[in-house]
Structure formats: C-alpha cells, structure tokens
Design a protein around this ligand. Sequence first.
Ligand code: PMP
Length: 283
Amino acid sequence: MILVQDQLKDQSEVRIDIEDRGYQFGDGVYEVVRIYNGQYFGMDEHLERLERSAKEIHMTLPYPIELLKTRLEKLAEANDINDGHVYLQITRGVAERTHQFPAEPTPFLVAYARKSPRPENKMREGITAITTEDIRWLRCDIKSLNLLGNVLGKQKAMDAKCDESIFIRSNDIVTEGSSTNVYILKDGEIFTHPANNFILNGITRRVVLELAEEAGITVHEKTFNKQELMDADEVIISSTTMEVTPVISIDGKQVGTGVPGKVARTLQEKFNERIDKLQSVKN
Ligand code: PMP
C-alpha cells in the first residue's frame, strides 16, 4: 500500500499525471524517514523540515502535518515495516506547463514505505570518497526534488569506485556530501559546515551534534577547506540512511590511519543507544 494525498491505496491504482510539476520541473519537496524496530526515528523533526522546505518554495501542504503523521504511521503498519524507511514527496501538483506557479495549485502528496537493512558493513568498515566541485544552487537548505547536482556528484563517486562525493564550493570550502553531511575531527574537536543555505541541515546531523556534546567532544559549526579535510584525523558522514559512517579514504589518500577512528566509534555507539530507546509498537 502507498499513501496518496491522505488515502492508503494499492500502488496499481495510482497514476501520475504527465503534467505534474514534480515530474516536469522537480517542483516539490521530499523527506526520507527511517524506521527502526517498527518505530519512526525523528519523525517530528522530519515533518518540521518538510513544512519549512514547502514554505521556502511558497507551497502549502495538502493537509495538516498532524494528520500526515497519523497517515504515515498507518503506512508503516500496513506494509509491516520493522526496519526500513518511508519516502515522501509533495509536488506543486498538476497544471498546464508554464514555469510560473499555477493560479490555484493543488499540491500532490505521495509516500511509500520499504524494508531496508541498516548499512552495517559500511558503518563498520568505513566508506571511500572523492572530492568534487559543488555545482548546486544556493538554496541547498531546502530539501527539494531538484537533485541533479547531487545525482551527478554521486555518479562521479560510483564511476571512481567510491561511495560518496564530498562537495567543495569554488571558494575551497567543504560543504557536504552528495547525500550526507560531513564532519572532520582535528586534535579531538569536530568541525562541520554551519547550517546555512549551502547545506541541508540533516536530521542526523542534529543528532550527531547532540551525541558529540553528550560525549564531551567540542563541536565547531565552522567551515573548513579541502586541505583541512585531507589533513583531518577522522572524517565522518551522516544521513538518515547512512547513519554515522566513517570515511577511510578521500581521493585515494587514506584518512588518518586509514581505519575507522575512535570518535566515529563513540558516535556510532551513542547513536545505537538512541535507536535502542525506541520502543517497538509491536511489543
Ligand atoms: N545533505 C544532503 C544533500 C542530503 O541529501 C542528505 C540526506 N537527506 C543529508 C545531507 C542528510 O540529511 P538527513 O540526516 O536528514 O538524512
């Protein structure tokens, strides 16, 4: 079953109009929310960000966020998801193709739930990355359906047989990964790009900052450049799907000693404790 507007439907019943503005312009916003042990992780924060993204593109949600929350609970239940995620998108709806907004937009919401395992191997062994120019627009804080810059970045990493692209703006500042936030550790302190228009303020990022504080690690929401990235003692990425994952090499050069570092391990342990605290609805 999938969620279409506020109704659960069989996927075969659903047709997407070729004039949906999401399809033609990428005119819409989205979220991905993780489900652990039958429970959503950070749902309120994801929905708040969804509301903000919509507002920033002058789009109203098709119905109130509280109702959406209950519908998403039903969606996870109907699909019997224990470990997985929900993908949710809202477009500006169907209208004759003109760039400007339609006079009376009819926002269109679709969400589906999938079973998906946690990336255990990558989290344990670490991932490899390349650096590449951040060619995206200047509103990366909006979780918009327009992901071409991210898509091209990720593909470049795949072509190089790596897992992730770390983006660097033309001013030499490291912003984030193609689908992750990026942190460096230097002399026991964490640095990560401030949450402004150059990055998506990840829900996992907010958790990581809390966990670091709990662990007594100083965090600076402060920019760093490519050289500082390459000289870091540890590099870590985070996202809803990748959780907290160490980066062990960048552009073919090993990070630190080339194995996952102590701070990455500490944050992972603390992240697991957060997940363990979620009570299963099924128990
Ligand atoms: N930055 C970008 C560009 C992303 O696509 C994502 C994944 N949504 C993130 C950061 C991490 O965000 P979150 O922790 O909310 O998944």
